[in-house]
Design a protein around this ligand. Structure first.
Ligand SMILES: [Ca+2]
Ligand SMILES: [Ca+2]
Ligand SMILES: [Ca+2]
Length: 213
């Protein structure tokens, strides 16, 4: 399988990442897997349909010093783009793609010290992906609303207690609004997943089916 070499032991899925990167790269309506070889820094895309993997393509190779965080369509051309962060400077960058083909790059906002870019989702429902940030010291979440690669506004999310970490966001109840998901590091299993809605819940409020006071 393209991008996967079980013989060499080069694990193609970056296990240090807190979430899988899934996006529809070939525009067929089925989400595809974006995978990453940590040894070669090569990316690859596995195309999926309801029956499983139907093909693959190599994507661009990530530059040294940069980490691949997520994939989302920043410029609204219908094709997912790579969101990268420089681990030293906090600078983010967008690599615009057409399918698996690199088109061009642009710098995006820099992440402040002690904050981590977790992923990108559209939280203010304007059709444009936004940054979900997490403060590694204070455990506060924040949203940066983007217009393509330009910061357009922001809002603070909940502050999580010690031993909990922000790991993802998805529209868990299909109401069109993504929710943050956090997991207790000491018990990393599905039963301990917690979903909270930023802005509406100023404290982390435990529930397995939505935001509760
Ligand atoms: Ca697809
Ligand atoms: Ca795009
Ligand atoms: Ca948005």
């Amino acid at each position: 399988m393209i991008g996967y070499d079980p013989v060499s032991g080069n694990v193609s899925v970056d296990l240090s990442r807190s979430h899988a990167i899934v996006a529809d790269f070939n525009g067929d309506g089925y989400p595809d897997y974006l995978i990453y070889n940590r040894a070669t820094r090569q990316t690859a895309i596995w195309y999926l349909d309801e029956d499983g993997i139907i093909g693959g393509d190599y994507g661009p190779t990530i530059a040294v010093g940069w980490s691949l965080v997520d994939a989302a369509d920043l410029d609204g051309d219908g094709y997912p783009d790579y969101i990268l962060v420089n681990r030293t400077t906090g600078q983010t960058a967008i690599w615009y793609l057409s399918g698996a083909t690199f088109l061009r790059g642009a710098y995006a906002p820099s992440i402040p010290t002690n904050w981590k870019l977790i992923l990108t989702r559209d939280f203010n429902n304007d059709g444009k992906p936004d940054y979900v940030l997490y403060n590694l010291i204070t455990h506060q979440a924040a949203l940066w609303y983007l217009n393509n690669n330009v910061l357009a506004g922001g809002a603070y999310g909940p502050t999580l207690p010690d031993s909990w970490a922000l790991v993802g966001a998805a529209d868990f109840n299909h109401d069109g609004k993504p929710r943050l998901s956090v997991v207790q590091r000491q018990h990393e299993k599905v039963g301990h997943m917690v979903f909270v809605r930023p802005q509406l819940c100023q404290r982390a409020i435990w529930a397995d089916d939505g935001c509760r006071h």
